[in-house]
Design a protein around this ligand. Structure first.
Ligand code: NAD
Length: 391
């Protein structure tokens, strides 16, 4: 692809923490950065086990000197690289417990950071990280993947333009079934840390996927969750964290809602879906069918908007910018990650060049979404059937 950045004649250089040979999301991040060819992976500490970190480095054809045993080794190692080789930013794809110390260390060493969600282990850490980001003056992107979908951006822009009127109700669900069996007892890596409070935090399912649903509801509607009343359940015997939860929501501006998240709804795969209701119409989006957005005006037939169509570009420059191929050829999960990386990359390039970033480039989740996510988790865990305010 031709270089589009006249002020910046090279790819951005990324380091990665996590994403070892047996990991899930690290490889998705790597596929996403390869998609547009604007970012190259040049270094990493890929696994909690140094031997597996080195193995991953070999699988990625990285020079051994840029593959580190620990993230602590990687910081001085990268600072010692010449200007033309050192990483510009690091991407953190480890279990939740490590997000805060790694993000803090790299920000304080002068690197931009991409970080997986949920951002930290608790609200105190989240507020501390917000302060570290502020002081560092570095870019911090939190990978709430679903905000990277073009039809989610279209929905957000249609709500902002008043297309469905004033929003009064939101239903959002994130339903999976893969944890109905106690996979943690078999040593399955993804299940093992997700059900361990020392590695995952105070919530299981609600932290893992409930936060995505909450973030999506806020992003699409422009509203903020101010109060929750939740019931969290652990259906699988012996499990230490919730694997299912139902939450009533009160948003600002008087809107109400319901959020359900589950990892024990057998047969459900990655069923994230949202319904936003206003006084002039409503809209509906399903992550498993992400190229369509359904808009239902109050006094006209239902509309199915198709990703890539010219009318989508007219209604939402953000949707158009985050679309690669014409209508009818599906785009989905990896493209959504690639969109987050593309926009973040543009913001980092602008920051390095001392220029103001285009507002469309800054359309990605930040440390503020991370703080909101941690406040949401803390409130739903505390609720136990009572209303809890989120400040
Ligand atoms: P995983 O268990 O598959 O992989 C974690 C990797 O991190 C492993 O390779 C492990 O060895 C490595 N690791 C652990 N501690 C480390 C350390 N201190 N230094 C270096 N490497 C370390 O986990 P996963 O499913 O890929 O999830 C990782 C993170 O991504 C979690 O925070 C999770 O919530 C998040 N996630 C986000 C999405 C999304 O859609 N945005 C999807 C899945 C997972």
């Amino acid at each position: 692809m031709a270089n589009k950045h006249a002020i910046f004649s090279r790819k951005l250089r990324m380091g990665m923490i996590g994403g070892g040979p047996n990991a899930f999301i690290g490889e998705v991040h790597r596929k996403a950065i390869r998609m547009d060819g604007e970012i190259e992976l040049v270094a990493g500490a890929f696994d909690i086990d140094p031997r597996l970190s080195r193995k991953m480095g070999r699988m990625l054809y990285l020079p051994p000197k840029r593959v580190y045993d620990t993230y602590e080794d990687m910081i001085p190692g990268e600072l010692a690289q010449p200007d033309g080789e050192r990483i510009d930013f690091v991407s953190i794809t480890t279990p939740n417990k490590y997000h805060f110390p790694i993000a803090k260390a790299f920000l304080e060493a002068g690197f931009h950071v991409v970080c997986e969600k949920p951002m930290t282990m608790g609200v105190n850490e989240a507020l501390a990280l917000k302060e570290v980001v502020r002081k560092s003056r570095k870019i911090f992107m939190l990978t709430h993947t679903y905000t990277g979908y073009p039809m989610v951006k279209l929905a957000r822009d249609l709500v902002t333009a008043g297309r469905i009127g004033r929003v009064h109700k939101i239903i959002v669900q994130y339903h999976q079934g893969w944890l109905m069996r106690a996979l943690e007892k078999t040593g399955q890596p993804q299940a093992t840390w997700r059900t361990d409070p020392k590695l995952a935090g105070s919530a299981g399912c609600m932290g893992d996927i409930g936060t995505h649903a909450a973030n999506l509801a806020e992003y699409m509607s422009g509203l903020k969750i101010r109060e929750v009343c939740a019931e969290l359940t652990t259906f699988v015997k012996g499990r230490k964290l919730d694997d299912d939860g139902n939450v009533l929501l009160r948003f600002n501006k008087g809107a109400k809602g319901v959020l359900t998240a589950s990892q024990v709804q057998v047969g459900d795969e990655n069923d994230l879906a949202i319904w936003v209701y206003g006084d002039d119409g409503s809209m509906e989006w399903h992550q498993e069918h992400p190229n369509q957005l359904t808009v239902k005006p109050i006094d006209a037939p239902k509309e199915i908007w198709e990703r890539g169509a010219g009318y989508v570009a007219d209604a939402s420059p953000a949707a158009a910018l985050n679309t690669r191929i014409p209508t009818g050829h599906p785009e989905a999960y990896i493209e959504a990650f690639a969109n987050l990386y593309m926009r973040t990359g543009e913001a980092i390039r602008a920051r390095i060049a001392g220029k103001k970033a285009d507002p469309l480039s800054l359309d990605f989740p930040t440390v503020h979404d991370g703080v909101a996510g941690m406040k949401f988790i803390e409130a739903v865990v505390k609720s136990k059937g009572r209303w809890v305010k989120i400040s």
